[in-house]
Write a protein that binds this ligand. Sequence first.
Ligand SMILES: NC(=O)c1ccc[n+]([C@@H]2O[C@H](COP(=O)([O-])OP(=O)(O)OC[C@H]3O[C@@H](n4cnc5c(N)ncnc54)[C@H](OP(=O)(O)O)[C@@H]3O)[C@@H](O)[C@H]2O)c1
Length: 348
Amino acid sequence: MSSAVRVAVVGATGAVGTTMLRLLSERKFPASEIVGFASERSAGSEVEGLSVRLLEEAAVDGFDLALFSAGSGISREWAPKFADSGAVVIDNSSCWRMDPEVPLVVAEVNPETIARHRGIIANPNCSAMQMLPVLAPIEHAVGLERIVFASYQSTSGTGARAVAELESQTHAILHGMEPPAPEVYPHRIAFNVLPQVETFTDGDDYTTEERKVIAESRKILGLPELRITATCVRVPVPNCHSEALNVETREDLSPEDCRQLLSRAPGVVVVDEPGAGRYPLASEVAGRDEVFVGRIRRDESNPRTLNMWVVGDNLRKGAATNAVQIAEFLLERGLVGASAEPAARAAS
Ligand SMILES: NC(=O)c1ccc[n+]([C@@H]2O[C@H](COP(=O)([O-])OP(=O)(O)OC[C@H]3O[C@@H](n4cnc5c(N)ncnc54)[C@H](OP(=O)(O)O)[C@@H]3O)[C@@H](O)[C@H]2O)c1
């Protein structure tokens, strides 16, 4: 079966799409063919050695897997078409994540939910994704009571245009020129810190990103009542999200026991020698598939509470790596091209 697997990558020219193509190659994913799709803007261009095709009706048939990273609107319209023609869709957008019929999966945390797919599997938001391989072992060991989450998110989290915007503004300022006006972000991102990731809707004081972190974490951990609050901030860093977590647990967990617990957790690397200047850094985590945790210490203002610092590559573990891990899981379990409950996928 594995030698005949045809893979579509929709959004192949984007920040996540190019990373997925690179990872499929790096991890020697046993695909018989990989086809990259994008809009007419870049159809015909070459990315990671592939000639990019236009996403159109005639192109949908014959795939076993379809990895999507072209935004919610494209996923809403096109993911069901690929699924209906027999592919299992792994979607990076927010479109299907909170659909109760769609598994929302972090490979190290809830892989058992993959087998329940009905044609579409959702990859979580990058900020929630990198926090959960750290929180899940703590939940299993001592129980989670409350999470206070603050993120410092990179520009690649917004896509290729945002990375270019940071570069062009930074270049202009460093050369004594007027920086180009912001187009992707609401304010200049170079030499600035924006307390807004994504948008405010319907008079909500939280951003859509903050709402996603809260809702998706509850769904993935299977803790619908988890007390969690979030502040998401955009910083002028090209890649890797950093996160400050304040974690109140049901039973006490010492910093040393937490380090030991997390050093055994799949996909987690503990770097925690602060006196020697060793803690997770965006500059060192870029390009890595694991999430890194350090600065683990007691919150002396509250019992049974730890502070910690988590850094992950948003394009890798925050998106592409997890998508490819899910694809590998599907292949290993013989779940590709044959959904568990084929006819019953919900169309929300
Ligand atoms: N960046 C991250 O860290 C991250 C993490 C987790 C999830 N995500 C999610 O992944 C998705 C992609 O994010 P990104 O950062 O990779 O964005 P991006 O760099 O802006 O890339 C968007 C991709 O979508 C394609 N696209 C746009 N309109 C299309 C259309 N009408 N038909 C076909 N393809 C179309 C673009 O192709 P063209 O070249 O033709 O424009 C491009 O390949 C988003 O839903 C995002 O929320 C991103």
